[in-house]
Design a protein around this ligand. Structure first.
Ligand code: NAD
Length: 247
């Protein structure tokens, strides 16, 4: 018995990181996974190469998923970027601002706009939109567009969860703390001081592993979370709750 037996889950950004880990975990729990990515290496029973900033791509990926599996139960809107040229508001170009908003916020709008009708056809479902801990706390080392985009994802998810609750759709914002990705590892191997400045705020003294985020998403996708809706679902090791952390 898998925790997602019989469910069809569309996950964006499954060629890497949290998305890839979640696609594998959802499959191992019995789901049929439609993996979407810009890259041709998306993990999934059906892999679709698509750009989630483009309305026609997003509409098309759901049509393809329906054609293959007949229904959609879960939307896991995970694709996102965090480029270096998104920094302090004083240094961030308008072009960089727009690029990050498009991938991180417009894509979630599109995935919900075109995905919700399929969930309604199926009598309901679960939507998991990936925000971030920076949606609820400020950093002196800013990525201004990223932070604003994740605040938008959080507020939009809450509102959609309220709007569609009576139609059986739950919408939660999964808010990861910093995750131990290859990029982060490389960055901090080069600059241990930079790593230490961040680690000091984390009560467990370490970053999350991608599998720990996938486990949170699995709970939100499954019927175990049937009364969990419109939440700020933090998987952050206590980061956003901490004042002084253990020595
Ligand atoms: P990642 O870079 O490892 O994976 C993101 C995937 O999204 C990539 O495969 C990429 O090709 C895909 N993608 C990017 N733009 C796309 C587009 N326009 N269309 C389709 N696919 C696209 O990232 P990750 O670390 O696994 O992060 C996943 C999500 O978690 C993101 O939304 C990110 O903002 C969020 N998050 C990550 C962290 C962290 O520390 N890694 C912390 C908080 C929130």
């Amino acid at each position: 018995m898998g925790r997602l037996d019989g469910k069809v889950c569309v996950i964006t950004g499954t060629a890497s990181g949290i998305g890839a880990e979640s696609a594998r975990l959802f499959q191992s729990e019995g789901a049929q996974v439609v993996g979407v990515d810009l890259s041709p290496d998306a993990v999934g029973d059906l892999a679709i190469q698509a750009d989630v900033t483009k309305p026609e791509d997003v509409e098309g990926m759901y049509v393809e998923a329906r054609e293959r599996f007949g229904k959609i139960d879960v939307l896991f809107n995970n694709a996102g970027i965090s480029p270096d040229d998104d920094a302090s508001i004083l240094d961030t170009s308008v072009e960089a601002w727009d690029r990050v908003q498009n991938v991180n916020l417009r894509s979630v709008f599109l995935c919900c706009k075109y995905g919700i009708p399929h969930l309604l056809d199926n009598g309901g479902g679960s939507i998991i939109n990936v925000a971030s801990f920076v949606a609820v706390m400020g950093a002196a080392v800013s990525q201004v567009s990223y932070t604003a985009s994740k605040g938008g994802v959080l507020a939009m998810s809450r509102e959609l969860g309220v709007e569609f609750a009576k139609q059986g759709i739950r919408v939660n914002a999964l808010c990861p703390g910093p995750v131990n990705t290859p990029l982060l590892k490389e960055l901090f191997a080069k600059d241990p001081e930079k790593a230490e400045r961040r680690l000091v705020h984390l009560p467990p003294g370490r970053f999350a592993e991608p599998g720990e985020l996938a486990a949170g998403a699995l709970f939100l996708a499954s019927d175990e979370s049937s009364f969990v809706n419109a939440t700020t679902f933090l998987v952050d090791g206590g980061l956003t709750a901490a004042y002084l952390t253990p020595l």
